[in-house]
Design a protein around this ligand. Structure first.
Ligand code: PMV
Length: 327
């Protein structure tokens, strides 16, 4: 019983930040994302009676305790559902920096949900997989689908879809330039930072309230294929999120000098009539959103910034998919 799957991370255009309850990552706010084609996680899962101890290898190295516990909790949910008692062996590899604010947990748990359910003999629908993936990481529910995806707020049952596709990956040739400003793992995970913010930022309730309007506006901007509207809302939503983390106690700053350089350059490009916008998840990397036709000129300007290590060009990417199943 063995299966391998690939999933892509997604960038949140309107962000999930804050949970309801303690378990299973039920979001306090809705979110809208775009799945990215160039970045990918490949995960293989095997259940076998000859496996003596559960094993998790991430990017070629044994997982740390915290990662192991998180995956064990997730695998227990799958084993229970599939009525499988066997121990497991998991190998997962990213083709991009891990735990650095590039949504590696989204593609990790989406690919794990797909590979592990097939290895356990389950054949779940996409909505069921998205609900399952959310148990591992909130944003993973969205990486089950390609293109533009919405995850509504609130608690839902294990069989209710956690996220739904708004438009597929062929809907609109946008380009996302991922500006990598650091490759080291972030000091505080999104999970811990969300808890901290929720408990201590004076702006948390305002964030939750304002998310409804951001979602409405983002849905209609996507419907109208209006880059300036999508970019303006995404940028404003990202700034609100970082204002929240900066005003938590103790304060948390995910940005570095490269992050600031990209923000300033994007603003300068707009003064020069280039249509470029940014968003930033829980880390120092900046994702610049533009039309595919403008991407070379925008990438050249970003490339010239001394504290940007690398620029990865991505376009809207497909759903999570199986690449191998053997029994
Ligand atoms: O799913 P998590 O626990 O990695 O949290 C995701 C948090 C953000 O990336 C900042 C926002 C989002 O909606 O993806």
């Amino acid at each position: 019983m063995k299966a391998k799957a690939i999933a892509h991370p997604n960038i949140a255009l309107v962000k999930y930040w804050g949970k309801i309850g303690q378990q299973n990552n039920s979001p306090a706010v809705g979110s809208i994302s775009l799945t990215l084609d160039q970045l990918a996680t490949t995960t293989s899962v095997e259940f076998d009676e000859l496996i003596e101890n559960n094993r998790l290898v991430l990017n070629g190295k044994p997982a740390r305790d915290k990662q192991f516990r998180r995956v064990s909790y997730f695998m227990d949910a799958i084993r229970k559902r599939a009525k499988v008692q066997l121990r497991w062996d998991i190998q997962s590899d990213n083709n991009f920096p891990t735990d650095a604010g590039l949504a590696s947990s989204a593609s990790a748990f989406a690919s794990l949900a797909l590979a592990a359910t097939h290895a356990a003999g389950l054949n779940l629908s996409e909505p069921q997989l998205s609900a399952l993936a959310r148990i591992g990481s909130g944003s993973a529910a969205r990486s089950i689908y390609g293109g533009f995806v919405e995850m509504p707020p609130g608690q839902s049952d294990i069989d209710d879809p956690a996220a739904v596709q708004l438009e597929d990956e062929n809907y609109w040739p946008l380009c996302i330039l991922v500006c990598v400003t650091s490759t080291t793992p972030k000091p505080v995970t999104s999970r811990d930072a969300m808890r901290l913010t929720q408990a201590s930022s004076p702006f948390y309730n305002a964030w939750v309230k304002a998310s409804v309007e951001d979602l409405d506006q983002m849905r209609s901007a996507i419907r109208g294929r209006d880059l300036d509207a999508v970019g303006t809302i995404a940028e404003h939503n990202a700034m609100k999120l970082h204002a929240l983390v900066m005003t938590s106690r103790p304060p948390l700053v995910y940005w570095n000098s490269g992050t600031m350089s990209v923000i300033n350059e994007v603003h300068r490009m707009r003064q020069d009539d280039l249509h470029a916008y940014f968003t930033i998840d829980a880390g120092p990397q900046v994702k610049v959103i533009c039309l595919d036709q403008d991407s070379s000129i925008i990438a050249n300007r970003l490339q010239s910034l001394s504290n940007v290590h690398e620029i990865i060009k991505a376009v809207p990417g497909p759903a999570a998919r199986l690449v191998e199943v053997c029994s």
